[in-house]
Write a protein that binds this ligand. Structure first.
Ligand code: ADP
Length: 502
C-alpha cells in the first residue's frame, strides 16, 4: 500500500511534502506493521516534527529482494557505465536544485545550524554524487600477459546487493558517501538512515525516482538498528555491508555478517589526537583545535578530542583556547545565522555527554570550561556548554572514550617521542592533527601516527577526492576518492588459452 506524504512547514518557513513510507522499487510503501514508527524530534524545541514508518525484518526482506531483482535486470545490469554516470549526474543536479530544502530538513531533524547544512553538508553530499558519476565509466580491469600461449584479463564487477547503514551526524552526506561509489560501480542498494534523523533521506528518494534510476536500484528504509539494521546485515541475499557508526555496533555487525562471510567495510569511532608543538603558529593551532572539536556540536567521528600540547606553550595555549571557546561558541537554534553550535541530536546524546562530565570530575580532572547544560534560545533543547577538561591522565575514561559532543581534554607532552606515544596510546586510529612550523617534523610525525588521516596545521579537512577511513578500531576499508571504489567492486580474473593444449 502506498504511504501518504505529509505536508510540513519548517521553522524557517520552508514548506514541503515529507514522504513517510519505505522506498522500495521507486515507490513509497507502507511498512508491514503500520504501528511501527519512528518519531522525528526537533532537538531545539523538543517538539515532534513527524512520524515515519519503521521497517520490520519483513520490509527489509522486500527491499533486499527488490535490490536483487534490479541487480539482474537489464535496465541496470546492461546499462552502459556512461549512462549510469549520467543518472548520477542528474541526481546531483536535482539535489542542487533542492539544496535549500534538503539543508532545511537536515537542520531541523539533526539540530545543526542551517548555514552549516547549506554551505558545508550539501556541497559535500552533492559533490560526492557528482564526483562518483565521473568514475562510473572509468573503473577498468587490466590485461596481464603470462606466456606466449596464455594471458589473462580482469573485470571489475559490482559486488551485488549492498546493505548500507548510516549514522545521524551528517545525514545526507553520509548517505551520499555510501551511495556514490556503490552506484558508480553498478551495485544495487538497500540503505538505512539512523533512527534519529530519518527525514532527508526520504526526500532524496523522491529525487532518485525523478532522476530516472530503474526501480529497485536504490531502496531506502528507516528502522531501528537492532531490528531493521540487524535484518539487513544478516540477510542471505545481501553481498556486502557498509556501516558507519559506533565501534561497539560495528563489532556486532561483523559478528552478524560472519556466518554468510559478507564483504564488510566499517567506519567507526575515534579519539583523535591534535598535537601542538612549541614552534607552531599558536593562533592557528587554537583556531583549528577549537573547530576540530566544537564544530557540528562535537558530533564528528574524526573530532580531534584529545589536544596534546608541548609543555613550554601549554599555559598560553590553554588560555587562548578558553578565550576562543567563549568568543566563538555562539549557542542557539538552527535558524539563527549567527549560531555556531546548535543542540545535540537527541536527549540521549545530551545526557550521555553530561554523564561524561560527572565521570571527568570523579576521575579528578580539572573542569575549566562548561561542564553543564546550556539554556537554549527558548529555554528548551538539548544544548551543552562547550566543555574543556585539563589535568587529565591517560588512564581516565574521559581521555580514552569517545564522548561525541563539544567536550575536549587537554594534556601536556615534553618531547616529540612522548607526543607520538601519547597520540598512539588509543584503541582508535581515525584522524590526527599536527601543528608545527618544522617541515621535517610535520612529515616525520605524520608518518608515525597510527591513523587513517593526518592533518598538518589543520583539522577536519575532508574532501570527496581524498580517501577517508580508519586503522585499529576505527574501521576497515576506505570511503571517498578512487580508494572508495575498491569497496564496491570485485576483481574477476579471466584466463585465456591461446594455443597451449597440454
Ligand atoms: P550511535 O551510537 O552513534 O547512534 P550506532 O552505531 O548505534 O551509533 O548507530 C549507527 C547506525 O547503526 C544507525 O543507523 C543504527 O540504526 C544502526 N544500528 C544500531 N544497532 C545496530 C545493529 N545491532 N545492527 C545493525 N545496525 C545497527
Amino acid at each position: 500500500m502506498t504511504a501518504r506524504p505529509v505536508n510540513l512547514k519548517a521553522p524557517n518557513g520552508k514548506e514541503y511534502l515529507q514522504p513517510t513510507g519505505i522506498f522500495i522499487d521507486n515507490e513509497f510503501v507502507q511498512a508491514t506493521d503500520p504501528k511501527s514508527t519512528i518519531t522525528s524530534i526537533d532537538p531545539a524545541t523538543e517538539l515532534e516534527i513527524v512520524k515515519v514508518q519503521a521497517a520490520t525484518p519483513e520490509d527489509v526482506d522486500k527491499a533486499v529482494k527488490a535490490a536483487k531483482r534490479a541487480l539482474k535486470s537489464p535496465s541496470w545490469k546492461k546499462l552502459p557505465a556512461t549512462d549510469r554516470g549520467k543518472l548520477m549526474a542528474k541526481l546531483a543536479d536535482l539535489m542542487e536544485g533542492e539544496r535549500e530544502l534538503l539543508a532545511t530538513i537536515d537542520a531541523w531533524d539533526n539540530g545543526k545550524p542551517y548555514s552549516v547544512a547549506l554551505n558545508e553538508d550539501l556541497p559535500e553530499a552533492i559533490g560526492t554524487i557528482r564526483y562518483y558519476s565521473g568514475w562510473a565509466d572509468k573503473s577498468h580491469g587490466q590485461t596481464i600477459n603470462t606466456t606466449p600461449e596464455k594471458f589473462a584479463y580482469t573485470l571489475r564487477q559490482p559486488i551485488g546487493v549492498v546493505a548500507q547503514i548510516i549514522p545521524w551526524n551528517y545525514p545526507l552526506s553520509m548517505a551520499c558517501w555510501k551511495l556514490g561509489p556503490a552506484l558508480a560501480c553498478g551495485n544495487t542498494v538497500v540503505i538505512k538512515a539512523a533512527e534519529q534523523t530519518p527525514l532527508s533521506i526520504l526526500v532524496l528518494g523522491t529525487l532518485i525516482q525523478k532522476a530516472g534510476f530503474p526501480a529497485g536500484v536504490v531502496n531506502i528504509i528507516n528502522g531501528f538498528g537492532r531490528e531493521a539494521g540487524a535484518a539487513m546485515v544478516q540477510h542471505p541475499l545481501v553481498d556486502k555491508v557498509a556501516f558507519t557508526g559506533s565501534t561497539a555496533t560495528a563489532s556486532q555487525v561483523m559478528k552478524m555478517a560472519a556466518p554468510t562471510l559478507k564483504n564488510v567495510t566499517l567506519e567507526t569511532g575515534g579519539k583523535s589526537p591534535l598535537l601542538v608543538f612549541e614552534d607552531s603558529d599558536l593562533a592557528q593551532a587554537v583556531k583549528w583545535s577549537h573547530y576540530g572539536i566544537m564544530s557540528n556540536q562535537g558530533q564528528i567521528c574524526t573530532a580531534t578530542s584529545r589536544i596534546l600540547v608541548q609543555d613550554s606553550v601549554y599555559d598560553r595555549f590553554v588560555a587562548k583556547f578558553r578565550s576562543q571557546v567563549k568568543e566563538v561558541s555562539k549557542i542557539g537554534d538552527q535558524w539563527d545565522p549567527s549560531t555556531f553550535q546548535g543542540p545535540q541530536v537527541t536527549r540521549e546524546q545530551y545526557e550521555r555527554i553530561l554523564s561524561f562530565v560527572d565521570i571527568g570530575k570523579s576521575e579528578g580532572a580539572t573542569l575549566v570550561e562548561g561542564g553543564c547544560a546550556h539554556t537554549g534560545s527558548q529555554g528548551k533543547g538539548f544544548y551543552i556548554a562547550p566543555t574543556v577538561f585539563t589535568d587529565v591522565s591517560s588512564s581516565m575514561r574521559i581521555y580514552k572514550e569517545e564522548v561525541f559532543g563539544p567536550f575536549v581534554v587537554i594534556r601536556t607532552f615534553s618531547t616529540e617521542e612522548e607526543a607520538i606515544d601519547a597520540a598512539n596510546d588509543t584503541t582508535y586510529g581515525l584522524g590526527a592533527a599536527v601543528f608545527t612550523k618544522d617541515l621535517e617534523r610535520a612529515h616525520r610525525v605524520a608518518a608515525e601516527i597510527e591513523a587513517g588521516m593526518v592533518w598538518i596545521n589543520s583539522s577536519q579537512d575532508c574532501d570527496f577526492r581524498i580517501p577517508f577511513g580508519g586503522v585499529k578500531q576505527s574501521g576497515i576499508g576506505r570511503e571517498l576518492g578512487e580508494a572508495g571504489l575498491e569497496a564496491y567492486t570485485q576483481v574477476k580474473a579471466v584466463h585465456v588459452n591461446m594455443g597451449n593444449k597440454l
